[in-house]
Design a protein around this ligand. Structure first.
Ligand code: SF4
Length: 369
């Protein structure tokens, strides 16, 4: 069914204010007081030996020239994790040296948050963007959740605020609201239920409503609308990484190699999805490649995910149209080390907002179960 309408901040007048990403802070006195000593970051034969098994995992995507710069950080981070009793969660879009060499758990944002509830460690270091760290905190209120760079934002999450949701509810009274997990805690607290790109249709239909407000990704909304008879009112948000792909680009890949398989994320515009052989969430895309083992595949999503899959499946030739997420790339090995040494940047959420947001996330999780 076609989208019933797409709204944005301009529809609610000039008083509307956009959130600005918080700046990275100087060290506080408390952080200095609890700091651990800086480990040696020299490339030595001992570091080479201790990290050799990790290099095996990534040698297809990280050159031997780069490794001596990364390995000392990797060794130090893996040792500090034990000292701090910390667990590292890494999103599929993190670079291979993080995803394959220091992360304890990798996956999409929801997988990470759910897995985090099962670990015993008191500290979670979230290698991803800020809304993901917030989701981990929402589901793990008693744990310390750290993000190595608090400026790691997201164009989708910053496209909408809790105040926008309240205005939408005023304009469409009684219409239930579904929020993609790529939203701030403030927004999650104002909606009825959350969804991911893999369960969006099921979540929408579970509400048994003829019309639903679906936010903030207009392209995911259009994809979902093509799969359901529920009328959708959408928001003008977009992922700055996925909206850069074009159908023309995909046709060029196919013309160059008619046997190539093309798989795309539903945050891409409709003309891109129309050209793809398969559309699915990051987890679904990875499983598709694992199961089908195509000779050659183009992954239409963030670039590092293709690198991570390439490291895992060296027999599949990955064509990497490189659209990097600048927010994901703020997370680096030196910043993860810094996070563990000083226990920063801690993610905090107002307890009332966290409680309301938890209800929206848990409603989705319970639906899944
Ligand atoms: S890839 Fe897109 S949706 Fe994911 S964090 Fe970056 S801007 Fe947000």
């Amino acid at each position: 069914m076609p989208i019933a309408g797409i709204y944005g901040p301009d529809d609610f007048g000039p008083a509307h204010r956009r959130p600005t990403p918080p700046a990275h802070r100087r060290l506080s006195n408390a952080e200095r007081a609890r700091a651990l000593p800086m480990p040696s970051l020299e490339w030595t034969p001992e570091v080479e030996r201790a990290t050799a098994h990790l290099y095996e995992r990534v040698k297809k995507v990280i050159s031997p020239v780069e490794w001596p710069f990364m390995a000392p950080y990797i060794k130090a981070i893996n040792e500090l994790k034990k000292t701090r009793d910390a667990v590292i969660l890494a999103h599929n879009y993190q670079t291979p040296e993080i995803f394959h060499c220091v992360a304890d758990i990798g996956g999409d944002s929801l997988q990470l948050a759910i897995e985090a509830t099962k670990v015993k460690s008191g500290i979670i270091v979230q290698c991803g963007v800020h809304f993901m760290a917030e989701t981990s905190k929402i589901l793990n209120p008693d744990k310390t959740v750290l993000i190595p760079d608090r400026r790691a934002g997201c164009s989708l999450a910053s496209s909408i605020t809790g105040a926008d949701v309240r205005l939408l509810r005023e304009r469409f009274p009684g219409v239930p609201v579904v929020a993609y997990v790529n939203t701030s805690a403030d927004v999650k607290a104002e909606v009825d239920i959350c969804c991911t790109s893999s369960n969006a249709v099921a979540v929408l239909e579970s509400l048994n409503a003829r019309t639903v407000i679906f936010l903030p990704d207009q392209y995911l909304a259009q994809y979902v609308a093509s799969k359901t008879d529920v009328k959708i009112i959408a928001w003008k948000g977009a992922c700055e990484v996925h909206e850069r792909f074009t159908g023309q680009e995909l046709r060029a890949y196919r013309e160059a190699d008619p046997t190539v398989q093309i798989i795309a994320h539903p945050e891409c515009p409709p003309d891109v999805l129309a050209e793809a052989d398969f559309t699915g969430s990051t987890a679904h895309m990875i499983n598709w490649v694992r199961n089908k083992r195509p000779r050659r595949v183009v992954m239409i999503t963030e670039c590092s995910m293709a690198d991570n899959v390439q490291a895992e499946l060296p027999d599949v030739e990955m064509v990497r149209p490189c659209n990097l997420c600048p927010h994901m790339k703020r997370i680096t090995l030196p910043k993860i080390l810094d996070s563990l040494i000083y226990l920063r940047e801690e993610v905090t959420i107002d307890p009332l907002i966290a409680e309301k947001a938890r209800r929206s996330v848990e409603r989705m999780i319970n639906l899944k179960n």
